[in-house]
Design a protein around this ligand. Sequence first.
Ligand SMILES: [Zn+2]
Length: 249
Amino acid sequence: MPPPPDHEGRSRMDASAPRNDVIVQDLEGDRWLVTLQGEHDVSTAAAVRAQLEAIFRTGTAVVVDLSKTSFIDSSVLAVLIDANTLTEEHEGKRFGLVVAPDTPPERLLRLVGLLRRLDVFRSVEEALAEFDDDDVVSLRRWKDRKQRIIKNEQAFRDYNNRRLEAEDVAPTDTEELLPFVCECGDEDCIETLAVTAAQFVEAHGAPNLFLVKPGHVYPDVERVVAEQPTYAIVEKYADLLRGTEEATS
Ligand SMILES: [Zn+2]
């Protein structure tokens, strides 16, 4: 399993980075860079897909860098094709690939005729320049979006806390499943999940922990610390939480 998205992604782009890694970087202007290091096949395809889906829930442009990729198989290819299809169906979303000449990913993409079908670039800089919408408000929009996500999550967390207080159940109860709302940052998410009081309390062991449905994760503001079939616990990056407090006080 590759590690969750790295908030300090840039500093990890060095020789000591682990092999077969998926490095996610959140860039200004709703642009994301996903670097696939090493070999990627059916053992990492699901993780790559989950990352791309999470990004596309909010991000506008995604560049997948295959220049440091030594191998991809057809399962990863399918993930890339699906990501591209998704952007074709949603106006405003962009998807690009960085492929170095004469590498195994380039040979595979050429073989199956995808080099012409996908937006392929020779370097990350070239791809990001193409996806730079040159919008002066994009940086502010990018910051506003993060704050909005966190405020949403905080509001749902507060709501759930009041719900639990209203229930006639001990906070240590491990039997009765109680319905709570998903605490994800999507203001349109009205999904519910069921956990016991004890699980609810454990999921909120620190102020920066939130209880969400699996997959309802925003990798630019949080990382998954625990995942169960019916719920996940995400941890908000501390610097962002501080920003919210300052903004609201
Ligand atoms: Zn949700």
